[in-house]
Design a protein around this ligand. Structure first.
Ligand code: NAI
Length: 336
């Protein structure tokens, strides 16, 4: 049985890293066929819109997609295609598992933290007013419904993944209504999961604690802006944005993507690191139930990184994108 998956190659290095990812996943036996659609700057040039309806239709039909980074055409008057995708498809969970990788030197060697970010509200709702020529008001949207929705997802996720603790992070000392409601919704939903450890902590406290020692944390749940920032902080604990996968997930659609951008400085040179998109593809395989395929790729990535001979420039090596992908394929073929 093969499943159709929407593939958005993206802009800049997107086509290079997604091509390498598809090649590795196919070599691992991924049970997928790709339905290619175009979004971002490439779509804007072709259709005048960075997020054509065909992209939304394909994702709604297939329910699962893999995406390279998208750039938002400057001066186009459009909001970020990434933000639009999250809002139009109600991809309300930003899911970023942050795990130490073999052979990648970073401050800690045993990090295993999952950051879950509410994707649809907060300051990213984009409600801004110019109230005086020199003064702007940016409003932070916080609804109980959105807070309960992501809390429920977080508890179900933690339970299904064998996680034992969720920490909800906030600034309710300064935002007692908005952040207070986010925390209250978390504990209210948490009553249905008495077997799960549940705690709250202020964002500043958590940021310092993570930098000092990430090991006490398991799953972190945050509203939009805090989650955006803290998920990059966590990526920094294991080697940066080039090595962490991500996904944006809703009740209907899950879209898997790297968290880095289009890297215009190296686009077209064939030297980008495909690891973040590849690991997002691995996460997608797990989400789709193809665990053996996912494990095959994870093991091969571990072999290549541990050996340390073939690496892209951002990881201190001199291999290009294709050589790195080929090394992973060779490692898979060399395994029993
Ligand atoms: P960026 O992540 O594209 O680049 C930052 C630095 O990291 C650059 O030096 C780049 O060469 C390097 N880099 C990024 N990915 C890499 C990879 N896979 N391998 C090797 N090096 C890599 O961030 P920047 O420059 O702020 O954004 C560029 C464009 O990307 C902007 O148009 C932005 O809107 C877009 N963007 C899109 C995202 C998405 O689609 N999810 C996320 C972030 C930015």
């Amino acid at each position: 049985m093969r499943y159709r998956v929407t593939l958005i190659e993206g802009d800049g290095i997107g086509p290079e890293v997604t091509a390498a990812t598809c090649r590795v996943l196919e070599a691992a036996g991924a049970p997928v066929e790709w339905e290619r659609v175009v979004a971002g700057a490439a779509a804007y040039e072709a259709t005048g819109h960075p997020l054509p309806d065909a992209v939304i239709d394909s994702l709604k039909r297939n329910r699962v997609g893999l995406k390279g980074p998208l750039s938002t055409p400057k001066g186009s008057g459009y909001r970020s295609a990434n933000v639009q995708l999250r809002q139009r498809l109600q991809l309300f969970v930003g899911w970023r598992p942050v795990v130490s990788l073999p052979g990648i030197t970073s401050r800690y060697s045993d990090v295993d933290v999952v950051v879950l970010r509410e994707n649809t509200e907060g300051l990213y709702a984009g409600i801004e007013h110019q109230v005086r020529p020199d003064t702007v008001v940016s409003l932070k949207l916080s609804s109980r419904a959105a807070a309960s929705r992501i809390a429920r997802w977080a508890f179900e996720y933690a339970r299904n993944q064998g996680r034992s603790k969720i920490t909800v992070c906030h600034k309710k000392a300064v935002l007692p209504l908005g952040d207070g409601a986010f925390v209250d919704a978390f504990f209210e939903v948490g009553q249905d999961y008495p077997f799960m450890e549940q705690e709250e902590a202020s964002l500043d406290e958590v940021s310092m604690a993570l930098a000092e020692d990430p090991s006490p944390f398991d799953v972190l749940l945050l509203e939009n802006l805090y989650g955006d920032i803290l998920s990059d902080l966590c990526a920094g604990l294991v080697g940066g944005l080039g090595v962490v996968p991500g996904a944006n997930v809703g009740h209907e659609v899950a879209l898997f993507e790297a968290v880095h951008g289009t890297a215009p400085d190296i686009a077209g040179k064939g030297v980008a690191n495909p690891l973040a998109v590849l690991l997002s593809g691995v996460l997608m395989m797990e989400y789709m139930g193809a665990r053996a395929v996912a494990q095959r790729v994870r093991d091969a990535v571990g072999d290549v990184l541990s050996a340390g001979k073939v690496r892209t420039g951002d990881l201190g090596g001199s291999a290009n994108t294709e050589e790195f992908a080929q090394a992973i394929i060779d490692a898979m073929e060399g395994r029993p």
